[in-house]
Design a protein around this ligand. Structure first.
Ligand SMILES: NC(=O)c1ccc[n+]([C@@H]2O[C@H](COP(=O)([O-])OP(=O)(O)OC[C@H]3O[C@@H](n4cnc5c(N)ncnc54)[C@H](O)[C@@H]3O)[C@@H](O)[C@H]2O)c1
Length: 247
């Protein structure tokens, strides 16, 4: 049974693959992991993106099985391993149940659920074989409170992510493979702006800590959960919500 004791949040010598790496959170996480010593491969839909000095970028649409194979095979060929997989690619919709269409549900599940399944399905057995790996998925406070500004398709998709991560945590534990979920509250990114039409309610009235989140708040939590600092934590869903949700 692979066992790892906790230590400092140092990623020296580790290889991290990030999906949705051109988004606000994915970008901040990529940079925090680079600063902690990791070799970082950030991926997103666009052909070219500059994620920051020293960060490798690859185009990867997470809904594509073919691209999943080609990107991960290329990263393994170049770097020899993937120690850390962070799943940040996501899309949101705010339609109510009555307004929502099958196309919208399908699209949200394709990106938010299958976009987690595809890379995790390929890397999970490789990590288990190697005896170490950290998988971290962007879930949401929406999976716990029914949604802040999102509709039911997003709430259901993120709930599926939280459930799938628990399965991986259980199955991976004996092999030294960790799986956890981030459960952010509203973070001031393009996604939050899109569901609030750029006019969010005052944080003072809705967030106990008095402000909405920043991508850096998420990046530091991600560093903790993907580093040896959290080597006795798996299957957790970490609330990062300024106190909006507590469990
Ligand atoms: N911003 C928030 O308030 C908030 C709260 C809780 C959870 N989240 C989740 O955190 C994650 C990151 O969100 P963010 O706020 O940084 O959003 P963002 O919109 O800035 O980033 C999302 C990224 O995902 C990418 N993406 C979308 N579809 C893709 C696809 N098919 N293949 C590859 N990449 C794709 C986008 O291009 C974008 O760069 C998402 O999963 C989101 O659902 C966000």
């Amino acid at each position: 049974m692979a066992q790892h004791l906790s230590g400092p949040a140092d990623l020296t010598g580790q290889v991290a693959l990030i999906t949705g790496g051109a988004g606000a959170m994915g970008r901040a996480i990529s940079q925090a992991f680079r600063d902690a010593g990791a070799t970082v491969v950030a991926t997103d839909r666009a052909e070219n993106e500059d994620i920051g000095p020293g960060i490798e970028y690859r185009q990867y649409d997470v809904t594509s099985i073919e691209q999943t194979d080609s990107v991960i095979d290329a990263v393994l060929a170049k770097h020899g391993k993937v120690d850390i997989l962070v799943l940040c690619a996501g899309t949101i919709a705010r339609s109510t149940l009555a307004e929502s269409t099958d196309e919208e549900w399908q699209s949200l599940f394709d990106v938010n659920v299958m976009g987690v399944v595809h890379p995790a399905r390929k890397l999970f057995p490789i990590m288990c074989e190697k005896g170490y790996g950290k998988i971290l998925a962007a879930g949401s406070i929406a999976a716990k409170n029914g949604g802040v500004a999102s509709g039911p398709a997003y709430v259901a998709a993120k709930s599926a992510v939280h459930g799938m991560v628990r399965w991986m945590a259980k199955a991976g534990a004996a092999h030294g493979v960790y799986a956890n979920t981030l459960a952010p509250g509203p973070v001031e990114t393009a996604m939050w702006a899109s569901v609030t039409s750029g006019k969010p309610p005052s944080a003072a009235g809705s967030v106990p800590l008095g402000r909405y989140g920043q991508a850096e708040d998420i990046a530091q939590a991600a560093l903790f959960l993907c580093s040896p600092a959290s080597n006795w934590i798996t299957g957790t869903s970490l609330d990062i919500s300024g106190g909006m949700w507590m469990d």
